[in-house]
Design a protein around this ligand. Structure first.
Ligand SMILES: *[C@@H]1O[C@H](CO)[C@@H](O)[C@H](O)[C@H]1NC(C)=O
Ligand SMILES: *[C@@H]1O[C@H](CO)[C@@H](O)[C@H](O)[C@H]1NC(C)=O
Ligand SMILES: *[C@@H]1O[C@H](CO)[C@@H](O)[C@H](O)[C@H]1NC(C)=O
Ligand SMILES: *[C@@H]1O[C@H](CO)[C@@H](O)[C@H](O)[C@H]1NC(C)=O
Ligand SMILES: *[C@@H]1O[C@H](CO)[C@@H](O)[C@H](O)[C@H]1NC(C)=O
Ligand SMILES: *[C@@H]1O[C@H](CO)[C@@H](O)[C@H](O)[C@H]1NC(C)=O
Length: 528
């Protein structure tokens, strides 16, 4: 729907070809011979159909979806063990490019990424998605169910890909040419897990805001509740106070990139100190414009690395600049963070009554030692993926309010150290882009439309789109040096463009040259 031109092209298909395609689709269910699989249905979906998802768990909140191309939709269940299995779908477009693509998941879910499937099937990929081994957004299915956790850690994506490639080949009577992956957050972790452990699965991977170092991420995301306490505690900041902190952060750090626009190009440079915000003596309690010394201590801790029992960093600090997106719903809400609480209750301790208010360094250590099904995703060794010529495009929003953007440079450096490669050497197969002004996978006040999802696509031009950039890299050897992002005035694709900005390849950072219109990407430079 967002690509009127594209949709028109596809809708032009009609007549005899349609009949053949439709018949092929209806015959597919009986044609498929897949071990341990039960095919629910294979049905032809004409372009423009308003798909609804009655089988999707209500917690997934999956809205109806219209897809702009004709495709064959196959749904099946695949056993992954005697006690576990995945629900998956393959969407096979009439106008197939020969490419295969797997989508990923998010958070602790349990939900097919239908929006990503719509995006990529419209672009001509035979596309698969799976439910990650359980249904819904909660962690309750993990209770005393290590096989279900194993699906979540890696087996759902891998099975989905192995089976999906078979389905695609059976349908088109032809093997795919190249295989791709697109995912963000937990989906970003799944992308790196594939690169680390299943290098044969993909020729190209887009991994956004990856939830790598997963055990420690859950310790970190759970620890904010310990810092703030419940709403009303002396350590807790009200939303207005967080907004004041945000303004104060901008006062201190917004100019570091050469231009004051509410966007920190490189939050790593911001060593925020909250002292200037401490209320003068005699200020009435609960001021909205200043904070107490006790609250300042909360703020300092939020912006400091989390250290463990052994004194080493468990997980890096929250990066300054994400407070507007993070307030008041995420980590500063005065409530335990659900994903973390569920992970400890249903996986780490198998105890639904475990109290997230007791989380501490002993739990961090225990959780990371347990590392169920090696969900950590921190081997840092991408050599097998490199050896077979796979390319990895990694991005991370610098206003990410859920997964610290500081963890991505940390992972990048870990890969560099593990493999003993310089950035110039990594560039041949692994490139990381910092997307200023982007929240968790999307959103934010920056040029955050980079084609990472259907709703965040300004253009299919490979200079402006992480997915088509990856395809060009894999198939034509032209690697992206930067990603041109777009910001829209009303925050939705297709509207009036507010500005564009070219996001730099790590470790370069974007800086205003001091000359020219700051809304023009040409007025900025990637510097060392
Ligand atoms: C099929 O997709 C290609 C791009 O891969 C496009 O050039 C062509 O116009 C499309 N054909 C139809 C009939 O939509
Ligand atoms: C699609 O279906 C949903 C739910 O049935 C409905 O709310 C929505 O308006 C429909 N959209 C279109 C474009 O018809
Ligand atoms: C998930 O939902 C699908 C569709 O309703 C169902 O077939 C499948 O059995 C469910 N899976 C689990 C693990 O409950
Ligand atoms: C099918 O399931 C059985 C039992 O869970 C397992 O041993 C076997 O390896 C599976 N086959 C495939 C092809 O995955
Ligand atoms: C400050 O606000 C909290 C609620 O956020 C309330 O519980 C507390 O009593 C207030 N303190 C004062 C001194 O008004
Ligand atoms: C320190 O503890 C963290 C988490 O508790 C763990 O990830 C890390 O591996 C530990 N480091 C050492 C050197 O033991």
């Amino acid at each position: 729907m967002r690509f009127p031109l594209y949709v028109t092209l596809f809708s032009a298909v009609a007549g005899a070809a349609q009949c053949g395609f439709q018949q092929q689709c209806s015959k597919l269910a009986s044609k498929l011979k897949i071990d341990n699989a039960t095919v629910w249905f294979a049905e032809y979906v004409p372009a423009g159909t308003n798909l609804t998802f009655p089988d999707s768990d209500p917690s997934c909140g999956q809205a109806a979806l219209a897809v702009g191309v004709d495709f064959c939709r196959v749904a099946l269940h695949v056993d992954t063990s005697s006690q576990s299995g995945i629900s998956m779908e393959a969407w096979l477009p009439r106008n197939w490019t020969g490419r295969f693509l797997s989508t990923g998941n998010g958070g602790l879910n349990g939900c097919l990424s239908y929006n990503d499937m719509a995006y990529t099937v419209e672009l001509g990929f035979s596309t698969v998605g799976a439910n990650n081994g359980h249904n819904g957004t909660e962690g309750t299915s993990f209770l005393n169910a290590p096989e279900v956790v194993k699906d979540f850690a890696w087996r759902s994506v891998h099975t989905n890909v192995v089976v999906g490639k078979q389905i695609s080949a059976a349908f088109y009577n032809k093997k795919h040419s190249k295989s791709y992956y697109l995912g963000c957050s937990t989906g970003g972790r799944q992308g790196f897990k594939s690169a680390e452990s299943f290098p044969e699965d993909f020729d190209g991977i887009v991994a956004g805001a990856p939830a790598v170092d997963f055990n420690n991420l859950n310790s970190w995301s759970g620890h904010f509740y310990l810092l703030t306490g419940a709403a009303g505690s002396p350590t807790y900041l009200t939303p207005d106070q967080w907004f004041a902190v945000h303004d104060n952060i901008l006062d201190q750090c917004d100019g570091l990139d050469g231009y004051v626009d509410g966007i920190l190009e490189d939050p790593e440079l911001c060593d925020y100190r909250p002292e200037a915000l401490i209320c003068p003596p005699g200020t009435p309690a609960n001021s909205s414009t200043c904070i107490t010394e006790t609250q300042a201590q909360t703020v300092r801790a939020v912006f400091s690395d989390l250290k463990g029992k052994n004194g080493t960093v468990v997980y890096p600090r929250m990066q300054p600049g994400s407070e507007l997106l993070g307030t008041p719903y995420i980590y500063y809400s005065g409530q335990p963070f659900q994903y973390s609480a569920d992970w400890f209750r249903y996986v780490v301790y198998n105890d639904p009554n475990w109290d997230p208010a007791t989380l501490g360094p002993a739990d961090y250590a225990h959780s990371d030692t347990l590392n169920p099904s090696d969900i950590r995703t921190w081997s840092g060794d991408l050599s097998a993926a490199n050896a077979r010529g796979a390319k990895i495009l990694h991005y991370h929003g610098q206003q990410d309010e859920i997964i610290s953007s500081s963890n991505s440079p940390r992972y990048y450096k870990h890969v560099a150290e593990t493999m003993g490669l310089s950035s110039a050497e990594l560039d041949s197969f692994y490139r990381f882009f910092r997307i200023s002004g982007m929240g968790h996978c999307a959103g934010g006040n920056g040029a955050s439309f980079i084609g990472q999802s259907r709703g965040a696509t300004a253009s299919l031009d490979p200079d402006q789109n992480v997915l088509t950039a990856l395809v060009r890299w894999v198939e034509h050897g032209k690697a992206p040096d930067s990603i041109l992002g777009t910001a829209f005035v009303d925050g939705t694709a297709g509207g009036e463009v507010a500005f564009r900005r070219r996001h730099c390849k790590y470790p370069l950072r974007n800086t205003y040259t001091g000359e020219g219109d700051p809304k023009d990407p040409g007025s900025w430079k990637c510097v060392a």
